[in-house]
Design a protein around this ligand. Structure first.
Ligand SMILES: N[C@@H](CCC(=O)N[C@@H](CS)C(=O)NCC(=O)O)C(=O)O
Length: 218
């Protein structure tokens, strides 16, 4: 039975984007189940039919249900070891997992002030000191990876992997909110934006016409 990945709006759902990219960039076949977010009770009930967390993304693999973006990436990494979603080397793998977990559990100010919204006209907003610190920390993470592993390939640990999937929505946030970054960070963003799977998600998101008012505030 094919994997099913339940996702929200590609324009807005940064959490959905992460496992979707991990699957698509590695050519792992899956059926996409789209449930529009924040439309009311009927769609919420559809999500609840897949997971009692009431949140997307959700991965269904036969009898197994996984309902959190990072957990889905971990599951896919185990299920498809040939995809090499995490680095082979234990120290590098620990590094990749550390920055992925840091992304998963942090950067609240940046997330709050610069929600992913692909069709938002590009323009800068005044960021709080906390959000500016988030931007600096993310660049530091990227630059450290590029310095240490740049010889292995253009992504954080060489080839596109789980850590890149976790940071992919940030690339859209930095782009859409015209956040100034160092040349090395820009080079990483350019690499991400050239990835066919990233482009496919972006095209699909831009083609969506559903507007979620609560995410259209800035
Ligand atoms: N920690 C979760 C967060 C998932 C999450 O917050 N999903 C949002 C959309 S991006 C959602 O499903 N919201 C719908 C709702 O709360 O009704 C993950 O990483 O998967």
């Amino acid at each position: 039975m094919a994997l099913q990945l339940v996702i929200g709006n590609k324009n807005y759902s940064s959490w959905s984007m992460r496992p979707w990219l991990a699957l698509r960039a590695n050519n792992i076949a899956f059926e996409e189940v789209f449930i529009p977010l924040y439309t009311g009770d009927a769609d919420k009930q559809r999500i609840l039919g897949f997971t009692h967390s009431g949140k997307v993304p959700v991965l269904i693999d036969g009898e197994v249900t996984i309902w959190d973006s990072l957990s889905i990436i971990e599951y896919v990494a185990e299920r498809y070891p040939e995809a090499q979603i995490w680095p082979d080397d234990r120290a590098r793998r620990a590094h990749a997992r550390s920055i992925s977990a840091e992304m998963h559990s942090g950067f609240m100010a940046l997330r709050g002030e610069c929600g992913m919204n692909l069709h938002r006209p590009i323009r800068a907003v005044a960021l709080s000191a906390d959000a500016r610190a988030n931007v600096a920390r993310i660049q530091r993470i990227w630059l450290e990876c590029r310095e240490r592993y740049g010889s292995l390939g253009p992504f954080l640990f060489g080839a596109f992997g789980g850590a890149d999937a976790m940071f992919a929505p940030v690339v859209h946030r930095f782009r859409t909110y015209a956040i100034e970054v160092a040349p090395e960070a820009q080079a990483y963003m350019d690499t991400m934006m050239a990835l066919p799977a990233f482009q496919e998600w972006t095209r699909d998101g831009l083609a969506e016409t559903i507007v979620i008012e609560r995410f259209e505030t800035v």
